[in-house]
Write a protein that binds this ligand. Structure first.
Ligand SMILES: [Zn+2]
Length: 246
């Protein structure tokens, strides 16, 4: 009887030690590299207006904060380029990106003026709907950036999100090269933060907020959770690669 009790004690101690060890191992692996989250625009230069009259700046803050919490709860070390109401230059956003695993800029999308009608002074349109991802060939880590963008796109698609293809239209202001139509990945070489980041970088447009459907969708917990979940594999891959190259 005593023998069985002792065995039980030993087994439960083993379980406790193994759990502690695994938790520590996970945090050591992921705490070693930093992910930069960049909420687009500022309170003064707030980006696009939504169909319900909100400012893109606010949408970007909310989505970024959600992703930040999600990543932190997965033992990932996150830095943001600015605090909630901080004014910052485009140059300032990428200043501290050297040596980081990945720079992710978060935005919400619009469309060209000719597709917009105004309701109560707010821009509205059903012309485009969905997310998009941008990468730049001028980023010093373009190949890595594209690899990570594909992981993000695949996860977004897996969770039922659809990309918008309107940035590929052959008109002034768009005309972006679609690198991957299925995953919604565009090439935008001169996008400032992508070009000047000193680490792999992707820019994510979460939804087209002049579209009344997207405008409501992107505010939901379920949607934000799908976006954050989609980012996790990309972020982990970038961190593992960063640590391998040390
Ligand atoms: Zn924007």
């Amino acid at each position: 009887m005593r023998h069985i009790k002792n065995m039980r004690k030993i087994i439960s101690l083993c379980v406790i030690y193994c759990t502690v060890f695994l938790c520590l191992a996970t945090s050591i692996v992921y705490a070693d590299s930093v992910i930069i989250l960049d909420p687009g625009h500022t309170k003064i230069r707030y980006g696009t207006k939504s169909c319900s009259g909100g400012h893109e700046f606010q949408y970007n803050n909310e989505m970024t904060d959600f992703i930040e919490e999600y990543l932190k709860s997965n033992n990932i070390q996150v830095l943001k380029t600015r605090s909630v109401n901080q004014e910052i230059s485009l140059k300032g956003r990428t200043e501290n990106s050297s040596g980081k695993a990945l720079f992710i800029s978060i935005h919400h999308d619009s469309a060209q003026e000719k597709y917009i009608s105004y309701e109560n002074g707010n821009p509205c349109s059903n012309y485009a709907s969905g997310y998009s991802i941008f990468v730049s060939r001028k980023n010093p880590f373009f190949e890595d950036s594209l690899q990570y963008a594909k992981i993000l796109g695949r996860n977004l698609r897996r969770l039922g999100l659809t990309p918008t293809l309107h940035h590929a239209e052959k008109i002034h202001g768009e005309n972006r090269e679609l690198i991957d139509k299925e995953l919604g990945i565009y090439r935008f070489d001169d996008l400032f933060v992508l070009r000047t980041a000193k680490c792999p970088a992707v820019l994510f447009e979460s939804g087209v907020i002049i579209n009344p459907y997207d405008d409501q969708l992107v505010k939901t917990h379920e949607y934000k959770n799908k976006v954050a979940e989609s980012m996790l594999e990309m972020v982990k891959t970038a961190i593992v690669k960063k640590n391998d190259n040390k």
